[in-house]
Design a protein around this ligand. Structure first.
Ligand code: FE2
Ligand code: FE2
Length: 172
């Protein structure tokens, strides 16, 4: 929804709130996407990684609601075309590689693109929160960023730990 505030008065606080709405929308979309990815994955480890992160993502949504509360603002999402596009690419992998050797490697890569988007967003949000003096909000956002980073590393380890190789071997 467009703000009624004049453009000339929009500053860091507005950017912070808008980005918060963006990532809130994104996290809720991710909550819906992860079960589909877990169900589609061939490997148990890949499915388990998606399920683990689903539980974390649900808690991340609640953390964002706490941040909105700290700001005294209603928790509202704002359509994020970036995450819609990234998840759309993930769905394409899901359809186009169904039953194919490359499926899990593709799903891991798609999930990693999501994590990288989140890491970029949370990094900025934390910096802005600190500059705005929102210490408690910064702490909540930091807890989520740490989970996204661990997830990113776990996905890299899955890819390098056999998923990519399996995609090569079985396609040969
Ligand atoms: Fe997340
Ligand atoms: Fe994530």
């Amino acid at each position: 929804m467009a703000t009624t505030k004049k453009n000339s008065t929009k500053g860091l606080e507005d950017l912070f709130l808008d980005s918060l709405k963006d990532i809130y929308y994104a996290e809720k979309k991710i909550v819906k996407a992860l079960p589909k990815m877990a169900k589609a994955a061939e490997g148990e480890e890949v499915a388990a990684a998606f399920e683990k992160h689903l539980a974390e993502t649900e808690a991340q949504v609640e953390r964002l609601e706490q941040v909105f509360e700290l700001l005294g603002k209603p928790a509202r999402g704002k359509t994020c075309p970036a995450i819609d596009g990234i998840l759309e690419e993930g769905s394409e992998i899901l359809e186009e590689y169904k039953g194919a050797p490359g499926l899990d490697a593709g799903l891991v890569a798609a999930a990693q693109a999501v994590e990288h988007y989140e890491i970029a967003r949370y990094g900025t949000l934390i910096t802005w929160a600190k500059q705005l003096g929102l210490t408690d909000a910064a702490e909540l956002l930091k807890a989520t960023l740490a989970e996204e980073e661990v997830t990113d590393e776990a996905l890299s380890a899955l890819g390098e730990g056999g998923v990519n190789e399996r995609a090569m071997r079985e396609a040969a």
